[in-house]
Design a protein. Structure first.
Length: 180
């Protein structure tokens, strides 16, 4: 059995992505257990200071740990690199593979997607062996074709939750070749 921990905020727990992810994996014949440490509108610094998150990360025996920084509002590359970098170091020390969850911009802020993508790519480039799941890029391609947002204009709706779960499955499938 593979173990995956999701660390983040509403982009992680809205539509219960860990459950969607394990369902997708199960249908593909993979035995995966997913845990979750999330809290609304919190950033990765909050998780670094959380005894619950850090204890789970350090002692949970996870194979993959998915990290998702607050994106609404997105605090910029420097904040992401400072907080994400510290968390990735902890993940690597625990013997897990870090997966960087690159989220989508707000419905009212489509131009913000490029800033979010560049910042997450920069963080990924600093940590060889990390994986990145580009939800925001896929989201951007579907803008105007499908309404992917919940009523709040920030979180995903049920239409995209399965796609996000499938996209999360991709890095797990590509563990041996360093991601995509």
């Amino acid at each position: 059995m593979e173990k995956v921990l999701f660390i983040g905020n509403s982009h992680t727990f809205f539509e219960y992505l860990p459950w969607v992810f394990t369902t997708v994996c199960g249908q593909a014949g993979r035995d995966v257990h997913a845990g979750m440490s999330t809290y609304p509108v919190c950033d990765l610094r909050w998780h670094l200071e959380s005894a619950c998150t850090m204890g789970n990360l350090r002692h949970g025996g996870y194979d993959f740990i998915v990290i998702q920084q607050v994106a609404h509002p997105f605090e910029g590359a420097d904040t992401l690199i400072e907080q994400g970098g510290a968390l990735i170091k902890e993940i690597l020390s625990a013997g897990a593979k870090p997966v960087i969850f690159c989220p989508w911009s707000e419905k009212r802020n489509p131009q913000g997607q490029e800033i979010i993508n560049e910042a997450h790519d920069k963080l990924h480039g600093l940590f060889r062996g990390s994986l990145i799941a580009h939800y925001g890029a896929a989201w951007r391609r579907l803008r105007g074709v499908l309404d992917l947002y919940a009523e709040d204009g920030e979180n995903q709706n049920h239409r995209i939750a399965l796609s996000v779960g499938l996209n999360q499955f991709r890095p797990a499938q590509r563990y041996d070749d360093g991601g995509y």
